[in-house]
Design a protein around this ligand. Structure first.
Ligand SMILES: [Ca+2]
Ligand SMILES: [Ca+2]
Length: 430
């Protein structure tokens, strides 16, 4: 072989290796969306494809604003909800059945009166006493969310969700009452909604509460988990399971609900086809966003519209916990809404806040979501109804995040789902 031929071959070889390396580097740095997604683990359902670019694995983003975390209170027993009060204090629910006031300084009150104590094994020992029907604290059930009336400063009314022991098992119920002037009890308590049918397990009760600008109360309800008995009801209008419902604050049904006049339908239904939602928030345009728990893969963010069907379990991302396909692995079908975004693997979402505060101008328009299994506070950057960035905060603290709410001061308040649960305040670093 002549010398120039060898040089030519070697040069060609080196050039092709160099090009391949450059392509690889480019590929690693710039996958599909032109940025690096935060999620790099393999999906559970690896054969599934998103319905549009950016529906999953959004670009990782990083807040420029420095914030500090203050532990406002410790020693809360599995808190499920934090609700900021107008003066800077908080209502906090504990799953076992207590509602407390935590002051801005972190003093934790005795449980508010008017709510019943909870028995073991799903049946209240205090049935028939006090102002409230028994709460069942079995599994995922118990005292769950709390929301303030839109007119709280005048009517002192609060609304809460709980799993109620009833004939045939348990069901998600919603009660309302007025916080007494001394803030020690809840008065004039009455149940204004009972999800039907009941089922005898401790799973998938939902249930976040959110008031719309229309003054109506929106409630998210789970499918009660059972694959054969209750899951199909998420698609059935005669059942409340797997639905978002909309009621007036007194429990009556608004005339303009989508199925209010439909024979055989539960008139409170607002949207259909959900798995288990523990997250709901209204944005600055008055639109309802929710996040629901998927099975293995398939947690999803949805923009909820009147009367629409969100697909569970006719279509779904992810797979069963057994690894089997859900609905034959179908992720899209005419007549069923696509999620705005989904996570596979899951974050296990609970609690949600669309941020509008002045404390963090950079975060205005972001959606914050608590992560249980993922032990993170998830921030989504949303543009034109699409998720364009994802950030994970507070991961270093290694606690299950159950709820996140914006306070009147624009700080974010978070409670952690731990036996020694904490209330945190996120405020700009001074
Ligand atoms: Ca709440
Ligand atoms: Ca869906």
């Amino acid at each position: 072989m002549k010398k120039f031929q060898l040089t030519f071959i070697l040069t060609a070889l080196l050039l092709s290796i160099g090009t391949a390396c450059a392509q690889n580097t480019r590929k690693e740095k710039e996958p599909a969306g032109g940025c690096a997604p935060l999620e790099t683990r393999d999906p559970n359902a690896s054969a599934q494809k998103p319905a549009f670019v950016g529906q999953t694995r959004a670009c990782g983003v990083k807040s420029a604003t420095a914030f500090e975390v203050t532990v406002v209170a410790k020693g809360l027993n599995r808190p499920w909800a934090v609700e900021p009060l107008p003066g800077g204090d908080f209502l906090v629910t504990e799953k076992a059945g207590q509602m407390r006031i935590v002051t801005a300084k972190g003093e934790i009150s005795e449980p508010l009166g008017g709510l019943l104590p909870v028995g073991q094994g799903g049946v209240s020992e205090a049935s028939g006493q006090g102002g409230l029907p028994p709460i069942t604290a079995r599994g995922q059930g118990g005292l769950l969310d709390v929301a303030l009336s839109p007119n709280f400063e005048k009517d002192r009314t609060i609304f809460w969700s709980f799993s109620e022991q009833r004939d045939g098992g348990s069901g998600t119920s919603i009660a309302r009452g007025a916080l007494s002037a001394d803030r020690k009890t809840v008065e004039q308590v009455r149940v204004i909604f009972r999800a039907l049918p009941t089922y005898n397990n401790g799973l998938h009760f939902g249930s976040r509460l959110a008031f719309g600008a229309d003054g109506k109360l929106y409630i998210t309800l789970g499918d009660r988990y059972d694959l054969r008995v209750t899951r199909p009801q998420a698609q059935q209008l005669g059942s409340h399971l797997g639905k978002i419902i909309r009621i007036n604050p007194d429990g009556t049904v608004p005339d303009d609900n989508p199925f209010a006049k439909q024979q055989g339908a539960q008139p409170e239904i607002w949207s259909v086809g959900h798995r288990n939602l523990q997250s709901a928030t209204f944005d600055d345009q008055g639109r309802l966003w929710t996040v629901e728990h998927g099975a293995q893969g398939g947690d999803e963010l949805n923009l909820i519209e009147k009367g629409k069907n969100y697909g569970w379990a006719v279509i779904s991302y992810g797979e069963e916990y057994s690894g089997e396909a859900i609905a034959g692995g179908s992720t899209a079908k005419a007549g069923f809404e696509q999620p705005v975004y989904y996570w596979d693997p899951v974050i296990a979402p609970s609690g949600m806040q669309f941020y509008t505060g002045s404390a963090f101008p950079e975060w205005r328009g972001s959606i914050f979501i608590g992560g249980l299994v993922s032990q993170k506070l998830v921030r989504l950057v949303v543009k034109n109804n699409r998720v364009v960035g994802e950030e994970h905060l507070l991961a270093d603290r290694r606690q299950r995040i159950r709820d996140v709410r914006q306070g009147p001061d624009g700080a974010l308040y978070v409670v952690t789902d731990e036996a020694n649960g904490e209330l945190w305040k996120l405020a700009p670093r001074r």
